[in-house]
Design a binder for this molecule. Structure first.
Ligand SMILES: Nc1ncnc2c1ncn2[C@@H]1O[C@H](COP(=O)(O)OP(=O)(O)OP(=O)(O)O)[C@@H](O)[C@H]1O
Ligand SMILES: [Mg+2]
Length: 253
């Protein structure tokens, strides 16, 4: 039997619709977990209006997305190595015109990302909240998306609104789900069943459930200290859940 060819790099888009469900925390910690498994990982801060990745990793940013897209800076010069196997392309803050990407900017962004991605095994894009142009663009650009969802009903309705748009306007028919802020097996199961009932009924598709991350005070503490929780509290429930998810990344392929 021929060995399965694994695409390199594999580009994953972390998204949610609703804000504050843990996209940035997940992205950073998941990226660190993957990089420890000997993979070369690039994190792209796709939040072009309110960048956060650099804050949570305590990076000092000299050049960002704005310099790349507007001033022609070589994106390789903007990359910051946060850890030995983990590079970050910082987003930009307070730049509203970058949030709505024009067609020319989209094309340029796509070729720039492809150019810097070649040296990596995984490219993980942390998107902004909402259903703005940059969120839609990153979702259609990536090989796979990972929807972060909390058991909160508004998180489900916002995720569904984004899934519907991506399905209807971009023909995306495969969505992966990671539940965050989960307070028990039953709650997690109920959330997955609820969203799948709606997507199956109205869109005729079922989301692939990758796993859960429990609600854990270690996550909030790590954010306040600007240290990733997989490093600050490796034994915490949230950190163990991230490592399990990283072990399962091949199921996305
Ligand atoms: N599993 C968890 N347990 C407890 N707190 C969490 C968990 N996941 C995230 N948080 C907290 O939720 C807050 C929001 O997280 P984060 O910034 O990662 O969300 P986000 O989806 O990126 O937000 P935004 O949409 O604004 O970009 C943070 O303060 C973080 O500490
Ligand atoms: Mg964020």
């Amino acid at each position: 039997m021929m060995a399965q060819k694994i695409k390199k790099p594999l580009t994953l888009c972390v998204t949610s619709g609703k804000g504050g469900v843990g996209k940035t925390s997940f992205t950073i910690n998941f990226a660190i977990a993957l990089s420890r498994n000997d993979s070369r990982v690039l994190v792209i801060d796709g939040d072009m209006g309110l960048a956060n990745v650099d804050v949570l990793l305590r990076l000092s940013v000299k050049r960002d997305f704005r310099d790349i897209l507007e001033n022609g800076t070589d994106p390789r010069q903007a990359l910051i190595y946060a850890r030995p196997n983990l590079a970050v392309l910082p987003g930009s803050s307070g730049v509203p015109e970058l949030v709505t990407l024009g067609a020319g900017q989209q094309e340029r962004l796509g070729s720039l990302i492809k150019m810097i991605s070649t040296d990596f095994d995984y490219v993980i894009i942390d998107t902004a909240a909402g259903i703005g142009a940059s969120v839609l663009w990153y979702n259609q650009f990536a090989d796979h998306n990972i929807f972060l969802l909390s058991p909160d009903p508004t998180s489900m309705t916002d995720a569904y609104a984004l899934i519907k748009l991506l399905c209807r306007d971009y023909g995306i028919d495969h969505f992966n789900l990671v539940l965050n802020f989960v307070r028990g097996v039953r709650e997690g199961k109920h959330t997955v069943e609820t969203i799948n009932r709606v997507t199956q009924r109205f869109l005729k598709l079922k989301l692939a459930h990758l796993g859960n991350i429990p609600e854990d005070t270690a996550v909030r503490r790590a954010v306040l200290d600007q240290v990733p929780f997989v490093e600050q509290t490796p034994g915490s429930k949230a950190a163990r859940a991230i490592h399990e998810l990283a072990q399962r990344v091949h199921t996305l392929i």
